[in-house]
Design a protein around this ligand. Structure first.
Ligand code: FES
Ligand code: FE2
Length: 398
């Protein structure tokens, strides 16, 4: 760990130089953003793997990905193979997706079975991670030897906690609990009962761009009139609000989110007990590092960013509607309307974000400037990225 940490520090010092940090932490209108290397350098991405994605609460999926005991879902964050398992006790657990024998990837595709089975030499593990069987480990028909204690060779567990339907993992055994991380955002959204959320579909995109660019694009609405004319017609940039008061979150919102209903008889149920202001409001918040949550009166989505390589990212949207009454066949079209809107909007964003990445490959990309009015959010996200990287590496910002 020490060698890994010193390597990460070296890389951070090389990319986040004194000059880069000084420029970034100026007031928004005078600041200069991160240089291209922060988005394209594989070494920087490796430092993010070891710090950002290993020491923070990372969104790994949603409960609906593995609804039944025995369900096993492989996933990958920044090149690390991981595994989610739904236990017989109903608990969702996370593990490193590697066999304790020779380290083979255990589960390559979603599956359901009573044990986690390695395809190489058929070692099997319980759904709680305990090593159960090591067939013929010491010759045909001899499964073990005296010096081998199976209790020392169970799956390597990763911390795993839930917020509503969202699954979060943290590789850092010392980190504060998820509850501490989400508390300020939960407070902001106290009127929205996430216990009512019912899964209602998803979207998946792949992006040839660095993970941070997807988020930087999501947290500003300056581009709405130019890139998303249809969205701008139902959620105008004129009604934008900015959310910049969190340490671990940043976002935007609309004071007037008003998609026309399919018909007046097909209104989706809304969260109960919202005040008048909230009834027309929508908020879109990036919870560091990798999930953006869109909260509307009648639906919520989790936009999960899965960094795969420095220039390759998987994006998932998972949609949730409010209570069982939202899930009737009569409302299928109304639910689909919300999903189709995001399919359109994010499809429009893909090309733009990929262009940002291409720009970052240029040696001339030494950092952006920000609108002090429209892009304080993107600026803030970059500052959070740097603050957390340096804090996780034990380095000072100034
Ligand atoms: S590597 Fe898994 S059983 Fe051998
Ligand atoms: Fe966009």
């Amino acid at each position: 760990m020490v060698a890994k940490d010193s390597l990460a520090k070296e890389i951070l010092a090389r990319v986040l130089t004194d000059k880069v940090r000084e420029r970034l932490f100026r007031p928004t209108g005078e600041a200069i953003g991160l240089p291209g290397a922060a988005y394209t350098d594989p070494d920087f991405f490796r430092a993010e793997r070891d710090l950002t994605f290993s020491r923070n609460w990372v969104c790994a999926g949603v409960a609906g990905d593995l609804p039944n005991p025995g369900d096993q879902i492989p996933f990958e964050i920044a090149g690390m193979p991981l595994l989610l398992v739904h236990g017989n006790d109903g608990v969702i657990r996370a593990f490193h997706n590697i066999c304790r024998h020779r380290g083979a990837q255990l589960v390559a595709a979603p599956t359901q079975r009573g044990v986690v089975l390695c395809p190489y030499h058929a070692w099997s593990y319980g759904l709680d991670g305990a090593l159960l069987r090591t067939p013929s480990f010491c010759g045909p028909g001899v499964n073990t030897h005296d010096g081998f204690d199976p209790s020392h060779h169970g799956l390597l567990a990763v911390r795993c906690e839930m917020w509503g339907p969202m699954i979060f993992i943290n590789l850092d055994t010392e980190a504060a609990p998820l509850a501490t991380h989400i508390a300020p955002l939960q407070k902001r959204w106290a009127a929205y009962d996430f216990g009512l959320l019912r899964g209602g579909g998803g979207l998946r995109f792949t992006l040839e761009a660095n993970w941070k660019l997807a988020i930087e694009n999501f947290v500003e609405r300056y581009h709405l009139p130019f890139v998303h004319p249809q969205l701008n017609s139902i959620s105008s940039v004129k009604h934008t609000l900015h959310i910049t008061d969190g340490d671990a979150f940043v976002g935007v919102g609309s004071r007037n989110f008003a998609p026309p209903p399919i018909t007046p008889d097909h209104l989706l149920p809304t969260f109960p007990n919202l005040d008048a202001e909230s009834l027309t409001k929508a908020e879109y918040v990036e919870l560091f590092p990798n999930v953006m949550i869109g909260v509307h009166t009648n639906h919520v989505y989790a936009f999960i960013i899965q960094p795969i390589r420095v220039d390759h990212t998987v994006e998932r949207f998972e949609f949730f509607f409010i209570g069982d009454a939202a899930m009737t066949p009569e409302l299928t079209q109304a639910r689909q309307q919300m999903i189709d809107l995001i399919a359109l909007v994010n499809g429009e964003d893909i090309d733009i974000v990929q262009r940002l990445h291409i720009g970052c490959r240029s040696p001339a990309m030494d950092g952006s400037v920000f609108s002090p009015v429209m892009e304080d959010t993107t600026h803030k996200f970059q500052k959070i990225v740097v603050e957390r990287l340096l804090a996780d590496a034990g380095m000072a910002v100034g």
